[in-house]
Design a protein around this ligand. Structure first.
Ligand SMILES: [Zn+2]
Length: 233
């Protein structure tokens, strides 16, 4: 169980709903405890619909509104949308440089993101391409790039991130107790109406069930699990 509260945390996720689903309880817990909690959302989410008549620009605008509402519930300090087209994330120098800039500017103690090594979750879901690419680019941006001055020398003074927490992982080795913020997480996830079109309350119920399962593994009521990396010695 991880109890410490970071001074500054940065979460980097591919789509507007990802952070709330992955670690909304943890981010809310830290925000309530006084951490500065920043979020970077890489894509605009403009293709996240089964409706063939959906218009990507309109969907992206709706999702930006959903993100604004959910971020207020979580208590985020800042939200930055990079606006890459949904489904088209590329592990480019430009993308990594942007992430390095954010890391060097915000100087987080803890960075949260997608575990890029997680591919198959059982037999019914495999990890979204944007999640894998965002996770890979984030890891490379954090270390070594952000920590060493000769990488992206114009992107600000180097910063060594101490801890990386990867969500959506097949190998969780640390848990954060989100018992006090599970309702906050459920409410935040419920904001993403375009993604959870089922009956009101369904997404929140799924969030509680999932956190309860992790809680059982961690010995508490509700938890979120991560793979933890401790960097920089
Ligand atoms: Zn996603």
């Amino acid at each position: 169980m991880m109890d410490d509260t970071p001074g500054v945390a940065l979460a980097v996720y591919a789509h507007p709903d990802d952070a709330d689903v992955a670690c909304g309880g943890t981010l809310a817990r830290w925000a309530k405890a006084g951490s500065a909690v920043h979020l970077v959302v890489c894509t605009d989410g403009g293709k996240g619909s089964f409706n063939p008549k959906a218009v990507p620009k309109k969907l992206a605008a709706a999702r930006a509104g959903e993100l604004e509402a959910s971020s207020a519930i979580i208590g985020l300090t800042s939200v930055t949308s990079l606006g890459f087209p949904d489904g088209e994330l590329v592990d480019s120098d430009e993308f990594r440089c942007t992430l390095v800039e954010r890391v060097r500017l915000l100087r987080p103690d803890v960075v949260c993101g997608h575990d890029p090594s997680a591919l198959f979750f059982g037999q019914e879901y495999f990890n979204h391409r944007d999640h894998r690419i965002a996770g890979t680019a984030l890891l490379d941006a954090v270390s070594p790039a952000a920590a060493l001055p000769l990488y992206f020398p114009d992107a600000g003074p180097p910063h060594q991130v101490a801890t990386v927490l990867l969500s959506g992982t097949l190998e969780p080795d640390v848990w954060v107790d989100v018992t006090d913020t599970i309702e906050c997480k459920a409410a935040a996830v419920e904001c993403h109406r375009t993604q959870f079109a089922d009956a009101q309350g369904w997404a929140g119920e799924a969030v509680r069930r999932r956190a309860e399962e992790e809680g059982r593994r961690a010995g508490t009521s509700f938890a979120e699990g991560f793979r933890r990396l401790t960097l920089g010695g």
